[in-house]
Write a protein that binds this ligand. Structure first.
Ligand code: DX5
Ligand code: ZN
Length: 226
């Protein structure tokens, strides 16, 4: 039985109150904080850098004082220097898009060498083939169910087939690798993603678009339990 993780994306939070938003969504039951980094080059949008990650690091804690992982999703090109900067800024997991770096294997090693978990992200039209060669250096596979760049887009159904394929590869490897989905996840489709083999769910607008974060996260969890 999978241990499901819900990772609210603060892309849809109130940026003017980011520390409070991080605390509220953790109080509401968030397992990870998903942190979207966009550079207006790899994707047509511009968001947050390492200084913002560092600023929220001390807010990403549970009431009992335990740390909540910051899941950095780099939509930047090139990757290496920023990945290092985010590791120093307190990121726990750092994921990147293989096409955005020259040497995927080297970038994975660099992230792990900084003491972080390393993830690979697959756009809707990108095949999983690269995993054949680097799964032993990968801690997280992130399947995009929208084109990266914006919150609030509609879930692309073919992501379910890709999740199934990724799940097969992960299970065949016997390794401890999380399978995450990102984009358009809501209460009414989270179960389908779980059935396709996903264990970690990013949700931005579905959570931050509602007043009561706990109500949404609880509803997602009851879908996963059902
Ligand atoms: C999109 C980002 C997502 C985004 C998801 O490029 O990677 O993490 O915040 O937002 P929703 O859940 O609103 O689709
Ligand atoms: Zn993301």
């Amino acid at each position: 039985m999978a241990t499901y993780r819900i990772a609210p994306s603060i892309l849809s939070a109130d940026f003017a109150r980011l520390g409070d938003e991080v605390r509220s969504v953790i109080d509401a039951g968030a397992d990870w904080i998903h942190f979207d980094v966009m550079d207006n080059h790899y994707v047509p949008n511009l968001t947050m850098g390492p200084m913002v990650c560092q600023a929220i690091r001390r807010h990403a804690v549970k009431a009992d004082g335990s740390s909540v992982p910051i899941d950095v999703h780099l939509m930047v090109e090139p990757v290496d220097a920023l990945a290092q900067a985010f590791a120093k800024a307190g990121a726990d997991l750092i994921s990147f898009h293989p096409a955005a770096t020259r040497h995927v294997d080297r970038t994975l090693q660099l992230i792990r060498g900084e003491g972080c978990k390393a993830g690979l992200v697959f756009n809707p039209a990108t095949p999983l083939d690269v995993l054949d060669w680097v799964l032993d250096k990968t801690d997280l596979v992130l399947v995009m169910s929208v084109n990266p760049g914006f919150g609030g887009q509609t879930f692309i159904d073919s992501a379910l087939r890709k999740l199934e394929q990724a799940r097969k590869r992960i299970d065949a490897s016997g390794r401890d690798i999380r399978l995450e989905v990102d984009g358009g996840i809501k209460v009414d489709n989270i179960r389908a993603a779980a059935d396709a083999g996903c264990d970690t769910f990013v949700a931005g607008s579905a959570i931050f678009g509602e007043k009561d974060y706990r109500k949404v996260i609880d509803a997602m969890r009851s879908q996963l339990a059902g």
